[in-house]
Design a protein around this ligand. Structure first.
Ligand code: F6R
Length: 618
């Protein structure tokens, strides 16, 4: 996923573009670039982060009131200055930025080459070929008739296959064209005499809160003085809805925190409460999940529930499996979305498939959801970003309401997913008569108290920082947990790997003796999740095994524990809660541990290498 910005108005475009790109950097940071129109088009591009581009532009001419910019997550072509956007066509008539994939770019390059363009598709990116394709169509059409820039963009896109959002300018006209085909990341910010463009509203919320979403199939021509014309896929001009964006500057700024990740970890008491807000009726203490309620009857009689997700959302789904199987006694299957799609899964109309995604834009998850639809299953979505693709392709679902997550490593979105999954499991358990009213009420009250318990875990930050200081030079780590905390033992190492680049693996605690035990020596930190619960005695015996081989034990324990404290090198106590809700508390120390280890190692925590906040390519 890449980030795109644009500005057309009367102010200097450059500072708006650069600040906008910085806010979109979470989407990709392999390279960045801007193009400014001012009696011709000047393009500046640099490998690396936006700050590098800004430094490069310091002594350059950055005048111009029309401009476009891009921050890239490389998919086609290595991260390099040459592959950075914006791209300009061979004869300099078309300049564009692009987010997405042009699937038939090789075929387009072949046609272009027959017409005198020397574009080797093995060396050129899909975007570069698209810029030339638009120019070629424009030149061809001009031979026969008067053809405008708008006509050229529209007609050239008819032959383009893929999912993309583009912003295009030309040195010949004071206008900008934006188009969306199969992407959800394209919005306009409507100012008084100016228009902003962004992959989302973050680049321009300090200028305007009035937003128009450019929907799939739409194309818009933006003119100076704030004029715009939007056409749908049938080329009919439409009157778009202008929405007020709710995002605040505070939400997209770090405030007193050194990194977004730390800010988002500390936001969790609030975001868990936000995920619950309005979903537990005050009148009769019942779970209310509006977007699912309409399918209540079909969900209640489901033969099985299948979760499809990737990464952290996949681990949240594994916890959902425990919750639903425990509380609602229904068969649950959890699938990596990317694998599920290629297995010809056995599904029918008695099954419920639930896609889980923070961004709602993960291509593998969305494609899995679409596949489930074709097989007749009821398809639900749990996603965080309001209006994301996932919310448009399912039969119903619910938002997690964690607010904007900017740190690339997901934290508050995970606990918000756990909140919705807990509510869903309780609701299903009660609807199916698997838990009695008394237990239902007790668990609901306990769920409501989770934010306060998470607050107590956060108070252990200094202790966790000390642990990180001791272990940050380790080159490997093992995480072990059982039952509902086994998925937490998978999420912990994912966080560590992503931001500290330390190799780490998670296993079910008992599985350790079937191989990973060979790795244990006096240099191996082993992180145990050893809170009170059904399997604690078994976990203790796994811990003894590690201790006897010299492993260094860091244990997450229940407050008041004395036994594990005598086995482990160091313990982090968390409040006592019912086992089914323990992941809310056990994951927080692991998020903080990964954070502090990465901070000691001096990595770029919010923008770890090679990653992107959402992976909209398969
Ligand atoms: C981990 C992380 C990724 C995402 C994964 C799925 O910290 O951020 O593993 O969880 O790419 O993304 P979503 O949830 O947006 O579908």
């Amino acid at each position: 996923m890449c980030g795109i910005v644009g500005y057309i108005g009367s102010r200097g475009a450059y500072p708006i573009l650069i600040n906008g790109l910085k806010r979109l950097e979470y989407r990709g940071y392999d390279s960045a670039g801007v193009a400014l129109q001012n009696g011709g088009v000047r393009i500046y591009r640099k490998t690396g982060k936006v700050a590098r581009l800004e430094e490069f532009c310091k002594d350059k001419d950055t005048n111009g009131t029309i401009g476009i910019g891009h921050t890239r997550w490389a998919t086609h072509g290595e991260p390099s200055d040459a592959n950075a956007h914006p791209h300009i066509s061979k004869y300099g008539d078309v300049v564009l930025v692009h987010n997405g994939i042009i699937e038939n770019y090789t075929a387009l390059a072949l046609i272009l080459n027959q017409c005198g363009y020397a574009l080797d598709p093995r060396e050129k990116t899909d975007t570069e070929i698209l810029a030339n394709w638009i120019e070629h169509i424009w030149h061809e059409q001009k031979k026969e008739s008067t053809c405008t820039f708008e006509d050229a963009v529209r007609d050239s896109l008819r032959t383009v296959v893929g999912a993309y959002a583009i912003v295009v300018i030309t040195p010949h006209d004071h206008q900008m064209i934006v188009a969306n085909h199969g992407s959800t990341g394209l919005v306009l910010g409507i100012g008084r005499d100016e228009i902003f463009v962004g992959s989302d509203a973050t680049p321009f919320i300090d200028y305007t809160k009035d937003v128009i979403t450019i929907e799939d199939g739409q194309m818009a021509v933006l003119l100076e003085k704030g004029e715009y014309h939007i056409k749908n896929s049938e080329q009919k001009e439409i009157e778009p809805a202008i929405e007020k964006v709710l995002l605040t500057l505070e939400e997209i700024e770090k405030g007193a925190f050194p990194h977004f990740m730390l800010k988002e970890i500390f936001e969790q008491p609030k975001t868990i409460a936000d995920s619950m807000r309005g979903r537990i009726s005050l009148a009769n203490s019942k779970v209310l999940l509006g977007g699912m309620k309409i399918h209540e009857e079909r969900i209640a009689r489901a033969r099985k529930i299948v979760f499809v997700a990737c990464g952290t959302s996949y681990y949240a789904s594994l916890i959902g499996e425990y919750l639903i199987e425990t509380l609602a006694r229904i068969d649950v299957q959890v699938e990596y979305a990317s694998e599920f799609r290629y297995r010809n899964p056995i599904l029918g109309e008695d099954d419920v498939v639930i896609g889980i995604s923070q961004s709602g834009e993960t291509a593998d998850t969305n494609e899995a959801v679409k596949l489930a639809h074709t097989k007749g299953a009821l398809v639900l979505g749990i996603c965080n970003v309001v209006g994301a693709m996932m919310s448009k392709i399912n039969d119903g679902g619910t938002y997690t309401h964690a607010g904007k997550e900017i740190g690339v490593a997901s934290t508050k979105a995970f606990t918000a997913q756990l909140t919705v999954l807990s509510l869903f499991a309780l609701w299903m358990g009660r609807t199916r008569g698997m838990i009695d009213e008394n237990k239902y009420q007790i668990l609901l009250r306990e769920l409501e108290s989770i934010p306060a318990s998470v607050e107590k875990v956060l108070a252990q930050d200094a202790l966790i920082r000390d642990i990180a200081k001791k272990y940050y030079q380790s080159t490997n780590a093992i995480y072990l947990g059982r039952g509902i905390n086994f998925p937490v033992a998978l999420e912990g190492p994912l966080k560590l790997k992503e931001i500290s680049y330390i190799h780490a693996e998670g296993y079910p605690a008992a599985e350790m003796k079937h191989g990973p035990i060979a790795l244990i020596d006096e240099n191996m930190p082993v992180i145990f999740i050893a809170t009170e619960g059904e399997y604690l005695d078994k976990v203790k015996s796994n811990m003894n095994t590690v201790k006897s081989r010299g492993g260094k034990i860091i244990a997450i324990v229940t407050e008041g524990d004395t036994e594990i404290s005598s086995l482990a090198n160091v313990v982090v106590p968390v409040p006592k809660v019912s086992e089914i809700f323990s992941p809310f508390l056990t994951v927080v120390p692991l998020q903080l541990l990964a954070y502090h280890i990465a901070a000691f190692r001096g990595t770029d925590i919010d923008k770890p290498r090679n990653l992107s906040k959402s992976v909209s390519v398969e």
